[in-house]
Design a protein around this ligand. Structure first.
Ligand SMILES: Nc1nc2c(ncn2[C@@H]2O[C@H](COP(=O)(O)OP(=O)(O)OP(=O)(O)O)[C@@H](O)[C@H]2O)c(=O)[nH]1
Ligand SMILES: [Mg+2]
Length: 443
């Protein structure tokens, strides 16, 4: 995600960081590179110009080239401006979905509407579950243009475990009313209504959504934008805003190799909040849009916070605490190493995890897959060890290694490789501990 923009930015920022002094000249050079990066990421020209104008103003205002660390100062200016453009510090848009309420999801064909509905249903359910509650959620579709569209939503509803209602009419407006009546009569708390997508914005489609909106008065109108479409998506957003109006945007497919232009330009151009981003095809692949995080992703600083949040969500607190204390005081055995790899498994693929780590954005998918295979093999090897061997790896002599290799269907060389890796991670933990990073990581 954003690899493109983040690569370009880290290039410029890396170059700046080492500059003890900045001249008007190299400031100009740096901002020119930022400009090229944004344009190449498909950020609309007027947005790029507005961005650079603000950066320039800030540079002049702060008298940057006379400051103590001009390179760092400039990085900070760029960082702060990117953050501003994405919505500003601390502006997480939390929607507290009212009960009962209707949400309408719209967007172009294939933008991810139907998938997003399933994700929203999952999200609502999950939020309620965290408070020990359940929600009565109804999904309905008025997409009769694509034959399998309604079935698709029905299947997703089943997967997520929420109710689906099929209207008898295939006229979108009548169907919307039928669904709404069913929602009211059966005292559901949320209705998430899926609409048809079209290849282009056309008046029939807009009129249809307008009528449905007028009749159902949805409390929430979401526009789903495909992050891969770049500046074209801004045109789409403007058209929807003019014709129907919407409250929030959801950027889908942010896990894809998008150049990031849409996310960057959207907020500035539309002045509407992006609430969620879709980061995969599954129902749980929905994340809150947090400007600070997006900024660090774009600027290539990694995103430790998201990772930590993911970790706390999926690994039990107890597991994490015991793991952390073992790591902290150095009692880290091969058994813990295996457990740790198991935890990584639960967190998602290595590839997903490394997206959040600083400096790991560029690891190739092949290398990633290799890592994953290696992890599996390592776990198999460790499971062939006795408890004593796991706790005191020092006793692993040649004959034990041979036994473990044949027990796990691997080679002695592979067993050696594992032990080497284990030593390396122990070293790394020591280093992290020294630098005080551990507390930050595992707080
Ligand atoms: N990788 C990834 N794929 C996504 C995401 N959201 C949707 N998709 C995929 O994009 C494709 C289209 O998604 P749909 O939800 O069917 O899109 P739609 O807007 O309902 O499409 P129409 O109803 O045909 O207009 C599907 O293959 C989805 O799995 C996402 O966040 N990440
Ligand atoms: Mg659909």
């Amino acid at each position: 995600m954003f690899n493109f923009l983040s690569e370009k930015f880290s290039g410029v920022l890396g170059w700046l960081k080492d500059k003890g002094r900045l001249t008007e000249d190299n400031i100009a050079q740096a901002t020119e590179q930022v400009r090229t990066a944004l344009l190449e990421a498909d950020v609309p020209l007027d947005v790029v110009d507005a961005f650079l104008a603000q950066v320039h103003q800030e540079i002049l205002g702060r008298n940057i080239h006379k400051s103590l660390n001009p390179g760092q100062q400039l990085i900070k200016v760029v960082h702060d401006k990117v953050l501003d453009f994405l919505g500003g510090k601390g502006t997480v848009t939390n929607i507290s979905f009212q009960i009962p309420s209707v949400a309408l999801v719209m967007g172009l064909q294939g933008s991810g509407k139907t998938t997003t509905i399933a994700k929203l249903a999952y999200y609502l359910q999950d939020q309620a579950k965290k408070r020990g509650k359940t929600r009565r959620i109804l999904l309905g579709s008025v997409d009769f243009y694509r034959p399998a569209a309604v079935d698709q939503l029905e299947i997703l509803a089943k997967q997520v475990g929420v109710t689906f209602f099929r209207a008898t009419s295939t006229d979108p407006i009548k169907a919307a009313q039928e669904i709404y009546t069913y929602f009211k009569d059966n005292a559901f708390e949320h209705l998430l209504l899926d609409t048809a997508g079209r290849l282009h914005i056309d008046t029939v489609m807009m009129d249809e959504i307008k009528t449905i909106t007028a009749k159902l008065q949805p409390k929430y109108k979401f526009l789903v934008l495909d992050a891969m479409t770049g500046q074209e998506s801004l045109t789409v957003a403007k058209a929807f805003e003019e014709a129907v109006g919407f409250d929030y945007a959801i950027l889908s497919k942010m896990d894809s190799d998008t150049r990031g232009g849409a996310a960057f330009g959207f907020r500035y151009a539309l002045k509407k909040p992006i609430v969620f981003v879709g980061v995969g095809e599954k129902a749980e692949d929905l994340e809150a849009f947090i400007p600070e995080r997006m900024t660090s992703r774009i600027l290539g600083m990694g995103d430790i916070m998201t990772l930590i949040e993911k970790a706390t969500d999926q690994i039990s607190q107890q597991e994490q605490t015991s793991m952390t204390s073992k790591l902290m005081d150095g009692r880290f055995s091969l058994k813990d190493f295996a457990d740790q790899m198991g935890m990584m498994d639960r967190l998602g693929s290595l590839q997903q995890i490394t997206r959040y780590l600083p400096g790991m954005g560029n690891v190739s998918p092949e290398a990633m897959e290799k890592g994953q295979t290696e992890m599996k093999r390592f776990r198999a090897i460790i499971s062939s060890m006795t408890n004593k061997e796991k706790l005191v790896p020092d006793i692993l002599d040649a004959s034990r290694r041979k036994r473990i290799a044949s027990g796990s269907g691997t080679s002695v060389q592979e067993v050696n490789q594992l032990l080497q890796r284990f030593e390396q991670s122990k070293e790394m933990i020591k280093m992290l501990k020294k630098s005080g990073m551990m507390r930050k990581f595992f707080k």
